[in-house]
Design a protein around this ligand. Structure first.
Ligand code: EPZ
Length: 419
């Protein structure tokens, strides 16, 4: 079993290049089911979730190949399969994002119903309600969800919550529908804008992504043109390295980022005493290591992202004072707290909030990552802790961080991957 071994206490210094955004790439790959010709996606990170999505798509009848590092060529074959493979859907929930594109392209899709997961309940009721509103027939039985539609019709849909996945799936399902679909209370994440742009390159007519109202004017068919698309940098990976600088009292320059995508984080860190300087696509983060505790409320974009909540909690565990971290997106995203406490943190979870009393030091320990972002939080804690930290559950971290041990080593961390 893989482990990450970290000897903490080093200030990180240097430059790090941020990879393409996992949560955009996975959706563009699913969106490629609608490609009539072929497409090239650039800036694709070599992470486990991308490899899983490649397998999901191959099973559905899509040809995928690496052209060169970070460049994927994708071409759907004629006659796609409508059943996504169970074991891959269990492995990666993002597999549900093939539903909208398949419903549009071949009028049916069947998928193992993804259950609850380690970060809390993650139903897909909003996705399914959207499909039904568009005229699809949806059946949930024997642990599967099956949707079919001979014809979809544009409609106004108001989401109860600005779900990222539901917004994306409904957007995809509406592309060839008759008439106009309006999604209200839509998710506003930058990854949704990526999808809008990608679909529009294929010939769709979508406007408004990035706001809470997205308008999809159905078109009779997509164009048969090759598409070449470069994915935005990963704002969550960027945020994690920013927090690595903050927690180690270091100075890191992030290359190739879009600073506007993580303003919720940088504005909070400025309050804590971290210095942030932006120079075009690069950003330098400098910290003395002495941070002031602040309260953080997790909200959908443009609020403070839930995918940086565990890492921020790790940083606050060494801040001066007490901070209250309130999670409003997922119900169960504090499972890593016991591991941080094992390293000497003083954190108490009360319902949706964690009360973090800053301590003077963390000490290295053997810990287990319960999920991807929690794993990143343990890495950050390990970088700042005295002595050695051994992290298990590395396969979670591999799902979303490209070569994390190499990138951190190049910044001066003492970290190694042990097989
Ligand atoms: C996406 O998940 C991301 N995953 C998550 O990143 C991210 O944490 C999340 O958005 C929120 O930003 C991918 O993009 C692959 P949601 P998604 O639908 O789409 C409730 C990471 O670490 N909900 O916005 O599944 C749900 O229970 C991952 O990279 C419903 O109630 O998130 C949750 O409380 C983890 N019914 C909230 O909405 C639904 O039908 C937000 O979920 C759908 C969602």
């Amino acid at each position: 079993m893989e482990q990450l071994h970290i000897v903490g206490g080093r200030r990180l210094h240097g430059q790090v290049r941020i990879s393409g955004a996992k949560n955009a790439v996975l959706k563009l790959m699913a969106a490629s089911l609608l490609v009539e010709n072929e497409c090239i996606i650039r800036n694709v990170p070599l992470i486990k979730d991308v490899l899983t999505m490649i397998e999901v798509l191959r099973n559905l009848g899509v040809e995928l190949s690496w052209e060169e590092e970070a460049v994927l060529r994708i071409k759907p074959k004629k006659g796609l399969n409508y059943v996504a493979p169970d074991e891959l859907v269990r492995e990666m929930r993002a597999s549900v994002q093939v539903m909208g594109p398949l419903l549009t392209k071949i009028g049916k899709v069947k998928l193992f119903q993804p259950g609850g997961c380690v970060i809390g309940q993650r139903p897909i009721d909003l996705h399914l309600k959207g499909f039904q509103a568009l005229g699809a027939h949806v059946v949930e039985e024997h642990g599967y969800v099956y949707a079919e539609a001979s014809k979809l019709k544009g409609v106004d849909i108001h989401l109860d919550f600005p779900s990222v996945g539901a917004t994306e799936n409904i957007m995809a399902a509406a592309i060839l529908a008759e008439g106009t679909t309006v999604i209200k209370n839509a998710a506003k994440e930058p990854e949704i804008i990526e999808e809008q742009n990608f679909y529009n390159r294929l010939g769709a007519r979508i406007r408004g992504a990035g706001t809470d109202t997205i308008r999809i004017e159905g078109v009779p068919a997509l164009r048969s043109v090759p598409v070449d698309y470069t994915v935005i940098p990963d704002r969550i990976e960027a945020g994690t390295y920013i927090l690595a600088a903050a927690i180690t009292g270091g100075e890191i320059t992030l290359l190739d980022v879009i600073p506007e995508h993580f303003e919720a984080l940088t504005s909070k860190l400025k309050e804590c005493g971290v210095q942030i300087q932006i120079d075009g696509d690069n950003m330098t983060v400098a910290s003395s290591g002495k941070l002031k505790a602040i309260d953080v409320t997790i909200l959908p974009y443009p609020g403070f992202p839930t995918d940086l909540q565990p890492q921020m909690t790790a940083v606050m565990s060494l801040a001066d004072g007490t901070s209250l971290i309130t999670e409003n997106v997922f119900g169960g995203r504090f499972r890593y707290v016991d591991e941080l406490v094992r390293m000497g943190a003083n954190i108490r979870v009360e319902g949706r909030s964690a009360v973090v009393k800053g301590v003077k030091r963390l000490t290295g320990a053997a810990v287990i990552a319960p999920d991807l972002r929690a794993g990143a939080a343990l890495v950050l804690a390990g970088l700042a802790a005295e002595g050695k930290t051994v992290i298990e559950g590395v396969h979670f971290i591999d799902r979303g961080y490209e070569r994390i041990e190499e990138k951190l080593s190049s910044l001066g961390a003492e970290i190694s991957l042990i097989n």
